[in-house]
Design a binder for this molecule. Structure first.
Ligand code: IMP
Ligand code: MG
Length: 170
């Protein structure tokens, strides 16, 4: 399959800046916890937080899915958030919302732990593949239901370092 750059690094930078500005506005005086979902969001998160100029804390979590990626599988924490989120406004930052399984698991878990508010920020979203509705007011790009990699997203565990996002160009 012909692999090509589908989102250039300059376009990513513009989107990340826009998302940062949106978050600064929405969360002014709310002292949010920005929760990075490892591994895929690590580059996006590092770039995004450098546009955040309001009071906030950062935290990190990792999730594993036992599913086959087609039918919904069991999802579990590999690394749980370390900050007590009770009464806090939490913004989950992920690389991509695909089926929504990951975001749904994290959102419902944080609500169970009495977060004051929970929302999702993702660089990418594949709405066509969504199986659960997710509250994600901060999305960089809606993309077609096609596999992508680079800028933190992996292709068989590799290529996370690429500065742009690549795919089959559909
Ligand atoms: P979801 O739980 O189905 O929404 O999938 C979310 C996770 O699947 C993301 O955090 C990514 O790690 C991974 N994922 C989904 N689509 C892609 C893709 O096109 N490339 C790389 N990883 C992906
Ligand atoms: Mg991920």
């Amino acid at each position: 399959m012909n692999q090509s750059c589908i989102i250039h690094d300059k376009a990513i930078k513009v989107a990340v800046k826009r998302l940062g500005e949106q978050i600064n506005k929405s969360y002014a005086d709310q002292d949010p916890i920005l929760l990075c979902i490892l591994n895929g969001a690590f580059i996006f998160f590092a770039d995004l937080v450098r546009y955040i100029d309001i009071s906030h804390q950062v935290d990190f979590a990792q999730i594993t899915s036992y599913g086959d990626g087609i039918t919904p599988g069991d999802v579990a924490w590999v690394l749980k958030p370390s900050i007590d989120i009770a009464g806090r406004n939490v913004l989950i930052v992920d690389d991509i919302i695909d089926t929504g399984q990951t975001a749904r698991f994290v959102c419902s878990n944080l609500r169970m732990r009495k977060a004051k508010s929970v929302a999702v920020c993702a660089l990418l979203s594949k709405m066509a593949n969504r199986k659960w509705s997710i509250y994600a007011p901060y999305v960089g790009f809606e993309i077609a239901d096609t596999f992508v990699y680079g800028y933190g997203l992996d292709r068989k565990g590799r290529d996370r370092n690429l500065r742009a996002i690549y795919g089959n160009g559909e």
